[in-house]
Ligand binder design. Structure first.
Ligand code: UD1
Ligand code: UDP
Length: 390
């Protein structure tokens, strides 16, 4: 009997990191893969599915304007129940820390299906930040039988919580995605990106969307960006907006008419990764960008006060800039004006794996089902690459 592996995801970041794994499962004759999307995100999820050419077997279509973690959790629990009854999977794979991740894991538990947690063991140690993601990942860890930890440090976090069985250090599948996508001869799909002079003009890539940054912190971030753009007319800012109206509306209000600031709709992942590979530096509160930019040799200023991804901070390519206007302005200006400070951060460091995370996860899954595949070797935890474009 070939084990049935049901991969469940719903948001853009989960899709970016699960699609390489879905494709690896499909390549393995020893595994039968099925995909269920909750569509917690609709347009931003579909952009990624299209880029990776992944067609879900089940699409729950659950996104609602103004959805809350509570309403979405309830919807996922009931809709997933029907999929689990029908498919009776031998393993359910969930990713990371979203409402989809936790609710799908809980639904699997209620149907007595074992759960594998991809990107396990990240911890900020603060249940309020990121909110509600820190609690989602802790609760998912309690449910999961298999834990695919990107780094050795993530494994240690699990060990400290008494989770020692079924833990594999695999690297992060986001590096698999980057390696498949970033190309030196890439042509952008977005006409707005094609119109930008990325070769001769320094470019700040900005993203911001975290729930705990909504409201005043976002306004402070936007004020810093506005001040920077006005003080440095030679620098351009590219800001692909998140579709959450609580992000996009204040962003348009604060930055809509500032020369040199380009507010764009969400970029497809191929454009996004290739833009990142060509920008000067990244300002972000995103989790995924904190992993991608270091692999591409781009300094990252993290628009938060703590991070569950300390590896890049320790390696010197990421820095916590916080959410205060003057701090963000100062840290960004330092990198723009001081070539030594810039060079110290702009080296490619890849603590998140070597692009073989999906293979390692599939090897571990096959081993779990009693097939003779060698146990995955941990990736080089601090391997330094030359940057994918370099
Ligand atoms: C979610 C995740 C967060 C992740 C982020 C990635 C949780 C608790 N949070 O937060 O960890 O970093 O996704 O982007 O799961 N919307 C659209 N179209 C889309 C996507 C979103 O219109 O394609 C709008 C909808 O109005 C939706 C709102 O954005 O209600 C918020 O989406 P939601 O997934 O609830 O929260 P995020 O803040 O995106
Ligand atoms: N991303 C994208 N288009 C965009 C912005 C982000 O494809 O316009 C990609 C980004 O490169 C990363 C993922 O989406 O792979 C991160 O998603 P997001 O920032 O929404 O969520 P987080 O990582 O914070 O959970």
């Amino acid at each position: 009997m070939i084990p049935v592996i049901l991969s469940v995801f719903g948001t853009r970041p989960e899709a970016v990191k699960m699609c390489p794994l879905v494709r690896e499962i499909a390549r393995r004759p020893g595994l039968q893969g099925l995909v269920c999307v909750t569509a917690q995100h609709r347009q931003m999820l579909d952009q990624v599915l299209d880029a990776f050419n992944v067609a879900p077997d089940f699409d729950l279509g659950l996104m609602r304007p103004g959805q809350t973690p509570a309403t979405l959790t309830a919807d996922i629990l009931s809709a997933m129940g029907r999929v689990l009854e029908k498919t009776r999977p031998d393993l359910v794979l969930v990713h990371g820390d979203t409402t989809t991740s936790f609710a799908a894991a809980l639904a699997a538990f209620y149907h007595r299906a074992p759960v594998g947690h991809v990107e396990a063991g990240l911890r900020s140690f603060n249940p309020s930040s990121p909110y509600p993601e820190e609690m989602n990942r802790r609760l998912t860890s309690r449910i999961a039988s298999l834990h695919f930890a990107p780094t050795c440090e993530n494994r240690c976090n699990l060990t400290a919580e008494g989770i020692a069985q079924g833990v594999f250090v695999t690297g992060n599948t986001v590096i698999d995605a980057l390696q498949a996508i970033v190309r030196p001869d890439y042509t952008f799909n977005s006409p707005a990106l094609r119109a930008l002079d990325l070769a001769n003009r320094r470019t700040l890539l900005l993203t911001a969307h975290r729930r705990e940054n909504l409201g005043q912190p976002l306004r402070q971030i936007f004020q810093a960006v506005r001040d920077l753009a006005l003080a440095h007319p030679d620098v351009q800012v590219v800001y692909p907006l998140h579709m959450n109206p609580a992000v996009a509306e204040p962003a348009r209000e604060a930055l809509g008419n500032i020369p040199g600031v380009h507010l764009l709709p969400p970029l497809d992942v191929c454009d996004m990764h290739n833009l990142m590979a060509r920008c000067t530096l990244v300002l972000t509160d995103s989790g995924g960008l904190q992993e991608e930019a270091p692999a591409l040799g781009k300094p990252v200023l993290v628009l938060r006060t703590e991070t569950e991804r300390p590896e890049a901070v320790r390696a010197g390519t990421a820095r916590l800039a916080g959410v205060l206007t003057q701090d963000i302005y100062r840290e960004t200006e330092r990198l723009l004006c001081d070539p030594v400070a810039y060079a110290a951060m702009a080296h490619a460091v890849n603590p998140y794996g070597d692009g073989t995370a999906s293979q390692k996860i599939c090897d571990a899954i096959e081993t779990y089902f009693g097939r003779t595949v060698s146990e995955p070797e941990p990736p080089m935890a601090t391997a330094v690459s030359e940057g994918i474009l370099a």
